[in-house]
Design a binder for this molecule. Sequence first.
Ligand code: MN
Length: 213
Amino acid sequence: MAVYSLPELPYDYSELEPVINPQIIELHHDKHHAAYVKGANDTLEQLAEARDKEQWGSINGLEKNLAFHLSGHILHSIYWHNMTGDGGGEPLAADGVGDLADAIAESFGSFAGFKAQLTKAAATTQGSGWGVLAYEPLSGRLIVEQVYDHQGNVGQGATPILVFDAWEHAFYLQYKNQKVDFIDAMWAVVNWQDVAKRYEAAKSRANVLLLAP
Ligand code: MN
């Protein structure tokens, strides 16, 4: 029985036009994200088989595949909800997301500083990767991570709350080689309500991650 399943998109394929065209959304969700879900399920099955047979010759590859596919599934599941056709601007207290706005200002000095850092991190990924805003529970601060593939170059324990997919499959059909233009355009569809909800949830489970009272 499959452990993971492909979540439905929270909107139509055309929701994010003109920032992202419907063809990209359809392929990205129905093919690419679906492949990570299948990959995670397949890898769990292969690991179960290895345990049954006590055959561990492929353990390194299987553990790497699990990290890759599971992280791909998790990041894409966040990505769809991080975007909305009514998004953009910056988080404002007047919109009920003041805690997030304050945390960004405290962690990065200003919204402009944060925006510049996440834009740079996403736009300068070498090969495939992501720019990620994450809640880091030891410090209680927000940090920006530049993720390699789906799972590399991340600190343990931080929770992603806003993710920019910088893989070519996220933009190439529309933006060709202009990754910087795509990342700049992404800011117009950020769903700050969703990011704020994830920020509050990440804070509330910080103690679980730290195993502290
Ligand atoms: Mn992707």
